[in-house]
Design a binder for this molecule. Structure first.
Ligand code: ZN
Length: 306
């Protein structure tokens, strides 16, 4: 496990600084996988994607926090993030036509003009833009080209000392996920699915280490059941590989026949998975969930030590 820089991120509402440790590389050695989809990997610790500000207690997506600077693992002091960037494409991989199309869209120009830009690399995509804008352009092109963010304006002020003592961006608990969902933190279906899965897994956390006896989701109150039912509805309209999560959630709700329906052979065989590895892994879990459902067993289980 290789640590990457610690990012200093500001709350989008009150600007209070937070620290977020990153990983240069990790692995799933000794990882625990659970039937609700949660993984705990000591060599690849999970990073919060959604959090609560330690200062103003507002909920926010980590992607919406502003990057103030970063601190390299071998340095004592943090550095300020450049104030702005130039975004430059220095090289295009093999596939030219999609780049032409995206350049034409990006610059609102004709394909011919985009083609001539490619002939005279590098291409300056944007000058003096914020990190968020620069990264959005990088995201748009990075599968097809080498995109570089060149610091444009750099602050000469030293980083404030309170950055070193700022609290970590932290995970929130099931109760907080419930509040966040109630106050409109999910702005689209994907965010809602993410938050409802996170709420479900956080609600299961107290049962993972055997400290508490299992309580099925169906016996945890009407709010938990309502959130689970809404998640089932969202999963049903989403990607095929959701069927395993749908089956597991139905099982934890003691709806064993529903669990079996989610894992219907025809449905599984017709499902599209990201790749053969994902399919193979999910098939193993699906078989296990089906067996547990047949035994009328709702309890969360650990799948394997990978
Ligand atoms: Zn705040």
């Amino acid at each position: 496990m290789l640590p990457g820089p610690t990012l200093i991120l500001a709350c989008p509402k009150c600007s209070a600084p937070h620290r977020l440790a990153t990983l240069e590389s990790g692995n799933t050695f000794d990882a625990e996988m659970w039937s609700d989809g949660k993984m705990r990997a000591p060599m690849m610790p999970d990073q919060p994607e959604f959090t609560k500000c330690h200062a103003c207690a507002c909920f926010c997506w980590v992607k919406d926090m502003t990057r103030l600077g970063d601190q390299q693992p071998w340095e004592d002091n943090a550095c300020r993030d450049p104030l702005s960037y130039d975004v430059i494409i220095t090289e295009i991989w093999d596939d030219l036509e999609p780049v032409v199309e995206r350049l034409a869209r990006h610059f609102s120009c004709q394909s011919e003009a985009a083609r001539s830009m490619i002939e005279s690399l590098p291409i300056t995509m944007a000058k003096d833009v914020s990190r968020n804008i620069a990264e959005a352009i990088e995201d748009e092109f990075e599968d097809l080209a080498d995109v570089q963010l060149a610091p444009c304006r750099v602050s000469t002020e030293p980083a404030p000392s309170e950055w070193s003592d700022a609290p970590e961006v932290s995970f929130i608990d099931a109760e907080d996920y419930k509040c966040a969902l109630n106050n409109g933190s999910a702005r689209n279906v994907d965010e809602e699915i993410f938050l409802r899965i996170a709420a479900w897994q956080a609600g299961n956390d107290r049962f993972r280490d055997g400290e508490e006896l299992w309580v099925p989701c169906s016996k945890r109150g009407s709010a938990v059941i309502a959130s689970a039912e809404r998640l089932l509805q969202l999963l049903d309209g989403g990607k095929d590989s959701n069927c395993v999560l749908g089956a597991e959630l139905s099982r934890e709700l003691e709806r064993y026949d529903d669990a079996a329906r989610w894992l219907d052979q025809e449905r599984l065989e017709g499902a599209t998975f990201e790749d053969a590895g994902e399919k193979e892994g999910l098939m193993v879990v699906a078989r296990m969930i089906r067996e547990l459902a047949e035994q009328r067993d709702s309890a969360l289980v650990q799948i394997s030590a990978a």
